[in-house]
Design a protein around this ligand. Structure first.
Ligand SMILES: NC(=O)c1ccc[n+]([C@@H]2O[C@H](COP(=O)([O-])OP(=O)(O)OC[C@H]3O[C@@H](n4cnc5c(N)ncnc54)[C@H](O)[C@@H]3O)[C@@H](O)[C@H]2O)c1
Length: 345
């Protein structure tokens, strides 16, 4: 089988490629290498004979067409996206281009070249925000509330339309918040680990009581594999591990874990700094994964406690990777996003 993986140099895509290379498949990773794409994520497998990297933009249909023509993929898996809500609030232009128009290019070429399966890697954020009770099911109406989730919901609707209108064999996986190795430090878990290590302030939005449903990236990758092998054409599968946590509890767990592992540093909850909330901040996400568990026999294997401990170890053991991402461009974004926020407590 020949897999075209779009956006495979990012956090989830690189973990997925590493998992997939254990089986007998050929993979072409097509990635623009934005600030979030990093070839160091795949340094250990770059010489694997079944793996090829091509630098390119999914918005550039000409280049993409050449890749389809030459590589002739059986399966297309689309991870390529602008993926950070805060950046979409600062400026949504790239989100609209990549997440919507870029996905459309992949769909159009997948149809032209008659692929066997198109997998759209989507998010539970397309469903919007929950109150204290209830879960997102695959039938929950789409109600995205920020430009990132709106662009992902738009892509999902386009993907579905290619199945209904043209019979393209598509499947959509909608997953909760991922954590694990190789995640860019703008997201809550690596941000907190790295700010702990720097003994600096750890910013937490609002009252810290927003709830996210966490899943280890490798459990997500296994779910995507199950969807590719056994998923029914045209279907959506929610992916989650039923591990809801308040942001502030995630931050406190990380502080305690890092403090245990690096006792020589002054790491404590005193580093927490509550800052002005994210605009339109969704309050709670919680995914009901019953469908994928029942129909595809997938289930998550990694508990949050175990996964977090391993994730902290990974960031502590990979200082050169950390150095490569904690660069000037990251600091510019960090300043743009956090410097004007009022400190609440
Ligand atoms: N991180 C999460 O918690 C999460 C949860 C559910 C779904 N998702 C979805 O999973 C996918 C991957 O997320 P991630 O966290 O790995 O994101 P990421 O930001 O780490 O990686 C995105 C990758 O896409 C590439 N890319 C961006 N624009 C591109 C373009 N125009 N052409 C080609 N490549 C491009 C980047 O270079 C990067 O390698 C995204 O579609 C995201 O919406 C993420």
């Amino acid at each position: 089988m020949r897999y075209l993986v779009a956006g495979g140099a990012g956090f989830i895509g690189s973990n997925f490629i590493r998992c997939l290379l254990d089986s007998d498949v050929e993979i072409l990773n097509f990635d623009k290498l934005t600030y979030a794409g990093n070839l160091l994520n795949l340094a250990d497998i770059e010489k694997n004979k079944n793996y090829t990297f091509v630098k390119g933009d999914i918005c550039d249909r000409k280049t993409l067409k050449k890749v389809f023509n030459k590589f002739k993929p059986d399966v297309v898996v689309n991870f390529a996206a602008e993926s950070h809500v805060d950046r979409s609030i600062l400026d949504a232009d790239e989100f609209i281009k990549t997440n919507i128009a870029g996905t459309h290019n992949l769909l159009k070429l997948s149809l032209e070249y008659g692929i066997d399966k198109f997998v759209q890697v989507s998010t539970d954020e397309v469903y919007g925000s929950l109150g204290k009770k209830g879960f997102f099911t695959e039938d929950t109406p789409l109600n995205p509330r920020n430009p990132y989730s709106a662009s992902k919901a738009s892509a999902d609707v386009l993907v579905k339309s290619y199945s209904v209108t043209h019979g393209l064999p598509v499947v959509i996986g909608r997953c909760g918040n991922n954590y694990g190795p190789y995640q860019f430090p703008e997201k809550l878990i690596p941000l907190t680990i790295l700010h702990c290590m720097k003994e600096g302030k750890i910013p937490v939005y609002g009252d810290g009581l927003n709830i996210r449903d966490w899943i280890h990236v490798l459990d997500h990758c296994r779910a995507l594999d199950a969807i590719i092998q056994k998923g029914k054409t045209g279907e959506v599968y929610n992916i989650g591990a039923k591990q809801e946590m308040k942001n502030i509890d995630v931050v406190k767990s990380i502080i305690s874990e890092v403090a245990k592992k690096v006792p020589e540093k002054k790491i404590s909850e005193r580093q927490i700094c509550f800052v002005e909330d994210r605009k339109g901040h969704d309050r709670r996400y919680a995914t009901d994964p019953s469908k994928i568990i029942k129909t595809l026999k997938w289930k998550p294997k990694i508990s949050f406690k175990e996964g977090l401990c391993e994730t902290v170890d990974w960031y502590l053991e990979n200082p050169s990777w950390v150095k490569s991402v904690f660069n000037k461009s990251y600091m510019r974004y960090y300043k743009a996003n956090y410097s004007k926020r009022k400190v609440i407590a």
